[in-house]
Design a protein around this ligand. Structure first.
Ligand code: C5P
Length: 353
Protein backbone atom coordinates (compact mmCIF):
# COMPACT_ATOMS: atom_id res chain seq x y z
CA UNK A 1 0.00 0.00 0.00
CA UNK A 2 1.34 3.45 -0.95
CA UNK A 3 2.64 5.47 2.02
CA UNK A 4 0.68 8.68 2.75
CA UNK A 5 2.76 11.73 1.73
CA UNK A 6 3.30 14.56 4.19
CA UNK A 7 3.00 18.34 3.97
CA UNK A 8 5.29 20.28 6.35
CA UNK A 9 5.65 17.05 8.34
CA UNK A 10 1.87 16.55 8.70
CA UNK A 11 0.10 13.62 6.97
CA UNK A 12 -1.56 14.77 3.73
CA UNK A 13 -4.66 12.82 4.79
CA UNK A 14 -5.41 15.20 7.66
CA UNK A 15 -4.13 18.35 5.92
CA UNK A 16 -6.49 17.70 3.02
CA UNK A 17 -9.48 16.99 5.29
CA UNK A 18 -8.98 20.27 7.20
CA UNK A 19 -8.40 22.22 3.96
CA UNK A 20 -11.62 20.80 2.53
CA UNK A 21 -13.53 21.85 5.65
CA UNK A 22 -12.34 25.46 5.21
CA UNK A 23 -12.99 25.40 1.44
CA UNK A 24 -16.56 24.15 2.01
CA UNK A 25 -17.36 26.94 4.42
CA UNK A 26 -16.07 29.51 1.90
CA UNK A 27 -17.78 28.10 -1.20
CA UNK A 28 -21.42 28.36 -0.24
CA UNK A 29 -20.99 31.94 0.99
CA UNK A 30 -19.04 33.15 -2.07
CA UNK A 31 -21.32 31.29 -4.48
CA UNK A 32 -24.54 32.50 -2.88
CA UNK A 33 -23.28 36.09 -2.80
CA UNK A 34 -22.17 35.89 -6.44
CA UNK A 35 -25.72 34.86 -7.43
CA UNK A 36 -27.96 37.04 -5.30
CA UNK A 37 -26.00 40.29 -4.98
CA UNK A 38 -26.94 41.48 -8.46
CA UNK A 39 -30.30 41.71 -10.22
CA UNK A 40 -30.98 38.81 -12.63
CA UNK A 41 -30.32 40.97 -15.70
CA UNK A 42 -26.74 41.53 -14.44
CA UNK A 43 -25.92 37.97 -13.34
CA UNK A 44 -23.42 35.65 -14.99
CA UNK A 45 -24.19 32.36 -16.69
CA UNK A 46 -23.82 29.32 -14.37
CA UNK A 47 -23.15 27.18 -17.47
CA UNK A 48 -20.01 29.26 -18.17
CA UNK A 49 -18.88 28.80 -14.56
CA UNK A 50 -19.35 24.99 -14.71
CA UNK A 51 -17.40 24.76 -17.99
CA UNK A 52 -14.58 27.07 -16.80
CA UNK A 53 -14.32 25.00 -13.61
CA UNK A 54 -13.67 21.83 -15.62
CA UNK A 55 -11.22 23.49 -18.04
CA UNK A 56 -9.17 25.00 -15.19
CA UNK A 57 -9.26 21.88 -12.99
CA UNK A 58 -8.28 19.66 -15.92
CA UNK A 59 -5.40 21.97 -16.94
CA UNK A 60 -4.04 22.19 -13.39
CA UNK A 61 -4.27 18.41 -12.96
CA UNK A 62 -2.49 17.96 -16.33
CA UNK A 63 0.26 20.35 -15.16
CA UNK A 64 0.71 18.47 -11.87
CA UNK A 65 0.79 15.07 -13.62
CA UNK A 66 3.37 16.37 -16.13
CA UNK A 67 5.52 17.87 -13.40
CA UNK A 68 5.48 14.59 -11.45
CA UNK A 69 6.45 12.62 -14.55
CA UNK A 70 9.26 15.00 -15.46
CA UNK A 71 10.74 14.53 -11.99
CA UNK A 72 10.75 10.75 -12.48
CA UNK A 73 13.02 9.08 -15.04
CA UNK A 74 10.24 8.41 -17.58
CA UNK A 75 11.49 9.31 -21.09
CA UNK A 76 9.31 11.80 -23.06
CA UNK A 77 6.92 12.63 -20.18
CA UNK A 78 4.46 14.58 -22.36
CA UNK A 79 3.90 11.68 -24.75
CA UNK A 80 3.75 9.27 -21.83
CA UNK A 81 1.08 11.40 -20.14
CA UNK A 82 -1.03 11.56 -23.30
CA UNK A 83 -0.88 7.75 -23.61
CA UNK A 84 -1.90 7.35 -19.97
CA UNK A 85 -4.74 9.86 -20.34
CA UNK A 86 -6.22 8.00 -23.30
CA UNK A 87 -5.67 4.56 -21.77
CA UNK A 88 -8.06 1.66 -22.47
CA UNK A 89 -10.00 2.19 -19.22
CA UNK A 90 -10.37 6.00 -19.41
CA UNK A 91 -14.08 5.60 -20.28
CA UNK A 92 -14.72 4.62 -16.65
CA UNK A 93 -14.44 8.28 -15.69
CA UNK A 94 -17.30 9.24 -18.01
CA UNK A 95 -19.86 8.19 -15.38
CA UNK A 96 -18.66 10.38 -12.46
CA UNK A 97 -17.86 13.15 -15.00
CA UNK A 98 -21.47 13.42 -16.16
CA UNK A 99 -22.77 13.12 -12.58
CA UNK A 100 -20.45 15.89 -11.33
CA UNK A 101 -21.46 18.26 -14.16
CA UNK A 102 -25.12 17.66 -13.31
CA UNK A 103 -24.33 18.19 -9.60
CA UNK A 104 -22.35 21.38 -10.19
CA UNK A 105 -25.22 22.78 -12.26
CA UNK A 106 -27.86 21.74 -9.68
CA UNK A 107 -25.80 23.48 -6.99
CA UNK A 108 -26.32 26.80 -8.80
CA UNK A 109 -30.08 26.22 -8.99
CA UNK A 110 -30.21 25.29 -5.30
CA UNK A 111 -28.10 28.16 -4.02
CA UNK A 112 -29.99 30.74 -6.06
CA UNK A 113 -33.31 29.57 -4.60
CA UNK A 114 -32.51 28.92 -0.93
CA UNK A 115 -30.88 30.91 1.86
CA UNK A 116 -27.24 29.82 2.37
CA UNK A 117 -27.82 28.06 5.68
CA UNK A 118 -30.92 26.18 4.49
CA UNK A 119 -28.90 25.03 1.49
CA UNK A 120 -26.12 23.83 3.76
CA UNK A 121 -28.45 21.86 6.07
CA UNK A 122 -30.20 20.00 3.29
CA UNK A 123 -26.95 19.42 1.40
CA UNK A 124 -25.63 17.52 4.45
CA UNK A 125 -27.98 14.69 3.55
CA UNK A 126 -25.23 13.69 1.12
CA UNK A 127 -23.53 12.15 4.15
CA UNK A 128 -26.24 9.49 4.17
CA UNK A 129 -26.39 8.97 0.39
CA UNK A 130 -22.58 8.63 0.36
CA UNK A 131 -22.67 6.00 3.11
CA UNK A 132 -25.42 4.10 1.27
CA UNK A 133 -23.49 4.11 -2.04
CA UNK A 134 -20.26 3.09 -0.22
CA UNK A 135 -22.08 0.03 1.09
CA UNK A 136 -23.66 -0.77 -2.27
CA UNK A 137 -20.73 -0.15 -4.62
CA UNK A 138 -17.60 -0.56 -2.49
CA UNK A 139 -19.13 -3.34 -0.39
CA UNK A 140 -18.01 -1.40 2.65
CA UNK A 141 -19.56 -2.92 5.75
CA UNK A 142 -20.88 -0.45 8.27
CA UNK A 143 -21.75 -1.69 11.72
CA UNK A 144 -25.06 -0.56 13.22
CA UNK A 145 -23.06 1.76 15.49
CA UNK A 146 -21.57 3.48 12.43
CA UNK A 147 -25.04 3.93 10.90
CA UNK A 148 -26.32 5.39 14.16
CA UNK A 149 -23.37 7.81 14.26
CA UNK A 150 -24.08 8.88 10.66
CA UNK A 151 -27.69 9.70 11.56
CA UNK A 152 -26.51 11.64 14.62
CA UNK A 153 -24.05 13.50 12.41
CA UNK A 154 -26.78 14.56 10.00
CA UNK A 155 -29.09 15.53 12.88
CA UNK A 156 -26.37 17.53 14.69
CA UNK A 157 -25.52 19.44 11.53
CA UNK A 158 -29.18 20.23 10.99
CA UNK A 159 -29.53 21.61 14.54
CA UNK A 160 -26.48 23.88 14.14
CA UNK A 161 -27.67 25.03 10.75
CA UNK A 162 -31.28 25.72 11.60
CA UNK A 163 -30.31 28.14 14.32
CA UNK A 164 -27.71 29.73 12.02
CA UNK A 165 -30.35 30.16 9.34
CA UNK A 166 -32.63 32.18 11.60
CA UNK A 167 -29.69 34.47 12.34
CA UNK A 168 -28.60 34.64 8.71
CA UNK A 169 -32.03 35.86 7.69
CA UNK A 170 -32.35 38.53 10.31
CA UNK A 171 -30.16 41.29 8.76
CA UNK A 172 -31.91 40.99 5.40
CA UNK A 173 -35.28 41.60 7.00
CA UNK A 174 -34.07 45.08 7.79
CA UNK A 175 -33.70 45.75 4.09
CA UNK A 176 -37.33 45.02 3.26
CA UNK A 177 -40.55 46.56 4.42
CA UNK A 178 -42.03 44.28 7.06
CA UNK A 179 -44.80 42.17 5.56
CA UNK A 180 -43.57 42.46 1.97
CA UNK A 181 -43.63 39.22 -0.02
CA UNK A 182 -39.84 38.79 0.10
CA UNK A 183 -39.08 40.23 3.47
CA UNK A 184 -36.66 37.42 4.27
CA UNK A 185 -34.83 37.64 0.96
CA UNK A 186 -31.55 39.53 0.55
CA UNK A 187 -31.63 42.86 -1.24
CA UNK A 188 -31.56 42.68 -5.08
CA UNK A 189 -32.30 38.97 -5.07
CA UNK A 190 -34.38 37.31 -7.74
CA UNK A 191 -37.56 35.79 -6.41
CA UNK A 192 -36.44 32.59 -4.71
CA UNK A 193 -38.36 29.40 -5.33
CA UNK A 194 -37.72 27.15 -2.30
CA UNK A 195 -39.43 24.11 -3.85
CA UNK A 196 -37.13 24.31 -6.86
CA UNK A 197 -34.20 24.80 -4.47
CA UNK A 198 -35.08 21.75 -2.36
CA UNK A 199 -35.64 19.59 -5.45
CA UNK A 200 -32.22 20.59 -6.81
CA UNK A 201 -30.44 20.02 -3.52
CA UNK A 202 -32.01 16.56 -3.05
CA UNK A 203 -30.97 15.50 -6.54
CA UNK A 204 -27.46 16.91 -5.89
CA UNK A 205 -27.17 14.76 -2.74
CA UNK A 206 -27.70 11.65 -4.85
CA UNK A 207 -25.24 12.64 -7.59
CA UNK A 208 -22.69 13.65 -4.94
CA UNK A 209 -22.87 10.30 -3.17
CA UNK A 210 -22.86 8.23 -6.35
CA UNK A 211 -20.15 10.22 -8.20
CA UNK A 212 -17.83 10.38 -5.15
CA UNK A 213 -18.08 6.67 -4.44
CA UNK A 214 -17.73 5.79 -8.13
CA UNK A 215 -14.58 7.94 -8.39
CA UNK A 216 -13.21 6.25 -5.25
CA UNK A 217 -13.93 2.84 -6.76
CA UNK A 218 -12.10 3.66 -10.02
CA UNK A 219 -9.18 5.22 -8.15
CA UNK A 220 -8.67 2.46 -5.63
CA UNK A 221 -9.20 -0.44 -8.03
CA UNK A 222 -6.40 0.58 -10.41
CA UNK A 223 -2.83 1.80 -10.26
CA UNK A 224 -3.37 4.90 -12.44
CA UNK A 225 -2.17 8.21 -11.03
CA UNK A 226 -4.70 10.43 -9.22
CA UNK A 227 -3.88 13.43 -11.42
CA UNK A 228 -4.26 11.43 -14.63
CA UNK A 229 -7.68 10.29 -13.38
CA UNK A 230 -8.55 13.91 -12.72
CA UNK A 231 -7.55 14.91 -16.27
CA UNK A 232 -9.76 12.09 -17.61
CA UNK A 233 -12.61 13.24 -15.38
CA UNK A 234 -12.36 16.82 -16.68
CA UNK A 235 -12.07 15.70 -20.31
CA UNK A 236 -15.26 13.66 -20.05
CA UNK A 237 -16.96 16.59 -18.30
CA UNK A 238 -16.33 18.91 -21.25
CA UNK A 239 -19.11 17.48 -23.42
CA UNK A 240 -21.98 17.68 -20.85
CA UNK A 241 -20.66 21.05 -19.63
CA UNK A 242 -20.61 22.45 -23.20
CA UNK A 243 -24.21 21.46 -24.00
CA UNK A 244 -25.94 24.16 -21.87
CA UNK A 245 -23.35 26.75 -23.00
CA UNK A 246 -24.16 26.07 -26.66
CA UNK A 247 -27.85 25.23 -26.45
CA UNK A 248 -29.04 26.90 -23.24
CA UNK A 249 -31.40 29.90 -23.26
CA UNK A 250 -29.61 33.07 -24.50
CA UNK A 251 -28.69 35.81 -22.00
CA UNK A 252 -30.91 38.94 -21.89
CA UNK A 253 -29.77 41.30 -24.75
CA UNK A 254 -27.71 38.48 -26.24
CA UNK A 255 -24.78 39.51 -28.45
CA UNK A 256 -23.91 36.00 -29.60
CA UNK A 257 -22.38 33.01 -27.94
CA UNK A 258 -18.82 34.29 -27.33
CA UNK A 259 -20.00 37.62 -25.84
CA UNK A 260 -22.57 35.82 -23.67
CA UNK A 261 -20.02 33.39 -22.27
CA UNK A 262 -18.20 36.03 -20.23
CA UNK A 263 -21.12 38.45 -19.84
CA UNK A 264 -21.30 39.83 -16.26
CA UNK A 265 -18.46 37.48 -15.30
CA UNK A 266 -17.05 39.74 -12.62
CA UNK A 267 -14.86 39.32 -9.54
CA UNK A 268 -17.42 37.31 -7.54
CA UNK A 269 -18.00 34.92 -10.42
CA UNK A 270 -14.24 34.34 -10.76
CA UNK A 271 -13.97 33.91 -6.98
CA UNK A 272 -16.71 31.25 -7.10
CA UNK A 273 -14.97 29.37 -9.91
CA UNK A 274 -11.56 29.59 -8.15
CA UNK A 275 -12.92 28.26 -4.84
CA UNK A 276 -14.68 25.46 -6.77
CA UNK A 277 -11.55 24.51 -8.73
CA UNK A 278 -9.54 24.44 -5.53
CA UNK A 279 -12.27 22.35 -3.86
CA UNK A 280 -12.34 19.86 -6.73
CA UNK A 281 -8.58 19.31 -6.47
CA UNK A 282 -8.69 18.91 -2.67
CA UNK A 283 -11.71 16.57 -2.91
CA UNK A 284 -9.72 14.30 -5.22
CA UNK A 285 -6.84 14.18 -2.71
CA UNK A 286 -9.26 13.47 0.15
CA UNK A 287 -10.93 10.63 -1.77
CA UNK A 288 -7.52 9.11 -2.52
CA UNK A 289 -5.94 9.34 0.93
CA UNK A 290 -9.08 9.01 3.11
CA UNK A 291 -12.51 8.10 1.81
CA UNK A 292 -15.87 9.65 1.01
CA UNK A 293 -17.41 8.96 4.42
CA UNK A 294 -14.59 10.73 6.29
CA UNK A 295 -15.02 13.56 3.78
CA UNK A 296 -18.58 13.94 5.12
CA UNK A 297 -17.29 14.27 8.67
CA UNK A 298 -14.70 16.89 7.65
CA UNK A 299 -17.30 19.04 5.94
CA UNK A 300 -19.67 18.84 8.89
CA UNK A 301 -16.91 20.05 11.19
CA UNK A 302 -16.53 23.00 8.80
CA UNK A 303 -19.98 24.18 9.86
CA UNK A 304 -18.82 24.42 13.46
CA UNK A 305 -15.60 26.15 12.35
CA UNK A 306 -17.49 28.76 10.35
CA UNK A 307 -19.85 29.43 13.24
CA UNK A 308 -16.95 29.86 15.67
CA UNK A 309 -15.29 32.22 13.17
CA UNK A 310 -18.50 34.31 13.15
CA UNK A 311 -18.42 34.44 16.95
CA UNK A 312 -14.90 35.87 16.83
CA UNK A 313 -15.25 38.08 13.76
CA UNK A 314 -18.87 39.24 13.90
CA UNK A 315 -19.68 39.04 17.61
CA UNK A 316 -22.21 36.26 17.19
CA UNK A 317 -23.20 34.74 20.51
CA UNK A 318 -23.11 31.01 21.19
CA UNK A 319 -26.65 29.70 21.65
CA UNK A 320 -27.91 26.52 23.35
CA UNK A 321 -28.90 24.99 20.02
CA UNK A 322 -25.39 25.60 18.68
CA UNK A 323 -23.97 23.80 21.72
CA UNK A 324 -26.42 20.88 21.36
CA UNK A 325 -25.87 20.56 17.59
CA UNK A 326 -22.09 20.79 17.71
CA UNK A 327 -21.81 18.38 20.65
CA UNK A 328 -23.95 15.92 18.67
CA UNK A 329 -21.58 16.27 15.69
CA UNK A 330 -18.50 15.79 17.88
CA UNK A 331 -19.96 12.74 19.66
CA UNK A 332 -21.02 11.26 16.29
CA UNK A 333 -17.47 11.77 14.95
CA UNK A 334 -15.95 10.11 18.00
CA UNK A 335 -18.45 7.23 17.82
CA UNK A 336 -17.86 6.63 14.11
CA UNK A 337 -14.14 6.33 14.72
CA UNK A 338 -14.37 3.78 17.52
CA UNK A 339 -12.69 0.52 16.45
CA UNK A 340 -15.10 -2.41 15.87
CA UNK A 341 -15.83 -4.21 19.09
CA UNK A 342 -14.92 -1.17 21.21
CA UNK A 343 -18.18 0.74 20.81
CA UNK A 344 -19.88 1.92 24.01
CA UNK A 345 -21.79 -1.10 25.36
CA UNK A 346 -25.00 0.85 26.14
CA UNK A 347 -25.32 1.86 22.48
CA UNK A 348 -24.59 -1.64 21.18
CA UNK A 349 -27.36 -3.03 23.43
CA UNK A 350 -29.85 -0.38 22.25
CA UNK A 351 -29.00 -0.91 18.57
CA UNK A 352 -29.14 -4.69 18.79
CA UNK A 353 -32.37 -4.82 20.78
O1 C5P B 1 -20.09 17.99 -2.55
P1 C5P B 1 -19.18 17.00 -3.12
O2 C5P B 1 -18.06 16.63 -2.24
O3 C5P B 1 -19.86 15.84 -3.74
O4 C5P B 1 -18.54 17.81 -4.32
C1 C5P B 1 -17.47 17.33 -5.01
C2 C5P B 1 -16.95 18.42 -5.90
O5 C5P B 1 -15.62 18.11 -6.21
C3 C5P B 1 -17.71 18.54 -7.22
O6 C5P B 1 -17.83 19.90 -7.52
C4 C5P B 1 -16.78 17.87 -8.23
O7 C5P B 1 -16.86 18.50 -9.49
C5 C5P B 1 -15.42 18.04 -7.59
N1 C5P B 1 -14.50 16.93 -7.83
C6 C5P B 1 -13.45 17.10 -8.68
N2 C5P B 1 -12.55 16.11 -8.92
C7 C5P B 1 -12.69 14.93 -8.30
C8 C5P B 1 -13.75 14.72 -7.40
C9 C5P B 1 -14.64 15.75 -7.18
O8 C5P B 1 -13.35 18.19 -9.23
N3 C5P B 1 -11.79 13.99 -8.55
Amino acid sequence: KEATPTVFGLPLKYVSLVTLAVQNAALSIVMHYSRVSTPPSKSYSPASAVLLNEILKGSISFGIALWRLSKSDVPRPFKHLLCETFSHDCWKLSIPAVLYVVQNSLQFVAISNLPVATFQVTYQMKILTTAAFSVLLLRRRLTSTKWVSLFFLAAGVAIVQIQTSTRALAPHKLNRPVGSAHESAPLYTHIMSPLKGFGAVTAACFTSGLAGVYFEMVLKNSKADLWVRNVQLSLFSLVPALVPVLYGPPMPDSHGFIADFFKNFGGWAWATVSVQVFGGLVTAVVIKYSDNILKGFATSLSIILSFLASVILFNFSITPSFLIGSSTVLIATWLYNQPAGKEPSLLVNVVNS
